[in-house]
Design a protein around this ligand. Structure first.
Ligand SMILES: [Fe+2]
Length: 226
C-alpha cells in the first residue's frame, strides 16, 4: 500500500481528477522518533491502508498542506483514530466545518514532531497559505501546490498541463498561483526560508517524487521570484 522512500518515510499515490485531468495526489507518512505516524495529505483510508498504517505504529497526526491541498478524507482518520489530532492550515477550519481541528499550523513545529520535522508557513499569496514540511533525517521537502513536479513519465494529459502551467521537469507552483501572488517580497522570504533547509528529495503535491537534486529544482522552479 505504501512505497518506502527512507527508513521512516513512505508515500501513497492516489488518483485525483482536476477539471477533467488526472493529476493525482501524494500522501506522505513519517514515523516519528517519539512513536506513531505523522500523515500529510491523507489518502482514502481503505481497510488495506489502515492495516498498513497500524503495522507502522498507528496514526497520531493528520495534516494538510493548505486549505486547498490535502484535507480530503480527514474525516475517515478522525473516525478510525479518535485519539489522533487533525491539524488545520490557515483557512481550512472555515472550509471544513464538518471537522473539529485540534490546532492551527504555522511556522513553529509542534515539540511532539519537531525532533524529526520542521515546518514553514509559505506566506504572500492572495488566498493560499501553505505549510511546507522538512523531514530532517531523510533530507526531504514535503509540499502541496507550491511544488508540482511533472516528469516525462507522467500520463500525456498531465505532461501537457505541466507545460502549460510551467511546472514541467522542475519543482514549483503552477501559473495560476504565480499570477495570484499578493506580496512577492513576502513569498520570496518564505521560499528562501525553505531553501535554508538542507533537503535533497522533494515530495510534491502533484506529479512524481524527485529523489535528489531537490534544492536545485526548487531554485529553478522559483527563478521568476528569486
Ligand atoms: Fe493540489
Amino acid at each position: 500500500m505504501l512505497s518506502r522512500l527512507d527508513s521512516n518515510l513512505w508515500i501513497h499515490e492516489e488518483p485525483l481528477r482536476f477539471f477533467g485531468l488526472e493529476i493525482g495526489r501524494i500522501m506522505t507518512v513519517v514515523r516519528l522518533s517519539s512513536g506513531g505516524l505523522f500523515v500529510q495529505s491523507p489518502a482514502r483510508l481503505t481497510p488495506e491502508l489502515k492495516e498498513t498504517l497500524d503495522d507502522l505504529g498507528g496514526v497520531r497526526f493528520v495534516v494538510p498542506a493548505s486549505k486547498l491541498h490535502g484535507h480530503l478524507h480527514m474525516e475517515q482518520y478522525r473516525e478510525a483514530y479518535p485519539d489522533a489530532e487533525l491539524l488545520a492550515a490557515p483557512g481550512l477550519a472555515s472550509r471544513r466545518t464538518d471537522l473539529t481541528f485540534d490546532a492551527l499550523l504555522g511556522s513553529v513545529p509542534d515539540p511532539r514532531w519537531s525532533a524529526d520535522i520542521d515546518q514553514i508557513a509559505i506566506m504572500g499569496h492572495r488566498w493560499l497559505t501553505e505549510i511546507a514540511f522538512f523531514h530532517r533525517p531523510s533530507r526531504t521537502l514535503i509540499v502541496g501546490d507550491v511544488g508540482y513536479h511533472v516528469t516525462p513519465e507522467e500520463p500525456l494529459s498531465l505532461r501537457l498541463l505541466g507545460r502549460v502551467a510551467g511546472v514541467y521537469d522542475r519543482v514549483g507552483p503552477p501559473i495560476d498561483f504565480r499570477l495570484t501572488v499578493a506580496n512577492e517580497a513576502t513569498l520570496r522570504r518564505s521560499i528562501r526560508n525553505v531553501l535554508g533547509w538542507n533537503f535533497d528529495r522533494v515530495i510534491p503535491g502533484h506529479g512524481s517524487v524527485l529523489e535528489s537534486g531537490g534544492r536545485e529544482a526548487v531554485l529553478d522552479g522559483f527563478d521568476w521570484l528569486l
